[in-house]
Design a protein around this ligand. Structure first.
Ligand SMILES: Nc1ncnc2c1ncn2[C@@H]1O[C@H](COP(=O)(O)OP(=O)(O)OP(=O)(O)O)[C@@H](O)[C@H]1O
Length: 271
């Protein structure tokens, strides 16, 4: 049996938008994107701004529909509009929790929403689940009573992770989630995500322009440009010997130089 958890087959997305009363333009944001993700592994997606990364994340999480192509989870096709099913399988971490958390909602109320919407758990069981998730992300159960403004940035990021984890999905999508945190906080979050992956077999799709992070956490790497996958392979191999000039320029602009196998071995700290 194949150990492939998620498969994208020729995903394409064309956005149509009006430019005047009688005019319409289109933007081909994704062009026949295919990849597979194994259970308990991390796939990183990198690319310059406008390359289609967020469009891909939105299609995977079911927020927008692909124009063409198929998505399969454990070999079964996922349909657009199947949000109740998909949100238990694939969840996106809330981007920028400093802004996206509702200031009038206590943490426990926020985490209760997906449980109420998508499970048949009793009040007591939901409370138990919320406390368990808070502990899993390294927070205390008392944080369930806090409002977002009472939390530090790193704690808000943990709440965003808890919100993604609460329905126990198989795949978590992280789109540029650590950008607002300082380096020690980024390291803490990454260690937490890796620990959850080891214990629970979660698979991550990690989207970023920050190569320092993906070098440490991802198994496979996809490089996107103008809606297409231009390079794909083991992260260490792609970063040490990039074939495409866009990958080469992403690497030199991040690390200041090409990443030789020797540089790769020596660098074990640079987030
Ligand atoms: N709702 C939309 N309507 C029209 N065009 C869109 C829409 N969303 C994205 N696009 C276009 O699709 C292309 C890919 O955008 P996307 O946001 O997926 O790229 P990205 O790699 O995530 O960029 P960034 O790193 O800046 O977020 C861009 O040309 C963008 O203008």
């Amino acid at each position: 049996m194949s150990d492939c958890l998620l498969e994208a087959r020729n995903l394409s997305k064309i956005f149509y938008y009006r430019t005047g009363l009688f005019f319409q333009k289109s933007d081909e944001a994704l062009k026949s994107v295919s990849f597979t993700l194994k259970e308990g592994k991390t796939l990183a997606v990198i690319g310059k701004s406008g390359s289609g990364k967020s469009t891909l994340a939105k299609i995977l999480s079911g927020r927008i529909e692909q124009t063409e192509g198929e998505l399969l989870l454990n070999g079964h096709p996922l349909q657009y509009g199947d949000y109740a099913y998909r949100s238990k399988q694939i969840r996106m971490i809330l981007p920028n929790p400093d802004i996206s958390l509702n200031p009038r909602q206590r943490v426990g109320e926020l985490l209760n929403i997906p449980l109420k919407l998508h499970t048949c758990l009793t009040d007591f069981e939901r409370k138990k689940q919320i406390h368990q998730i808070l502990r899993q992300v390294g927070l205390s159960v008392e944080h369930a009573n806090d409002y977002p403004h009472m939390l530090a940035s790193g704690q808000k990021q943990r709440i965003a992770l808890a919100y993604a984890l609460i329905l126990q999905p198989k795949v978590i999508i992280a789109d540029e989630i650590l950008i607002s945190l300082d380096m020690p906080m980024q390291a803490q979050m990454i260690n937490l995500m890796l620990e959850l992956q080891e214990k629970q077999g979660i698979s991550y799709i990690y989207i970023t322009q920050h190569l320092g992070i993906i070098k440490h956490i991802s198994d496979q790497l996809i490089v996107m440009s103008e809606g297409e996958i231009i390079e794909h392979g083991h992260t260490a191999e792609v970063l040490a010997s990039p074939l495409h000039h866009v990958t080469q320029s992403l690497i030199t602009s991040h690390f200041g130089q090409a990443l030789t196998a020797e540089a790769w071995r020596q660098d074990n700290k640079d987030f």
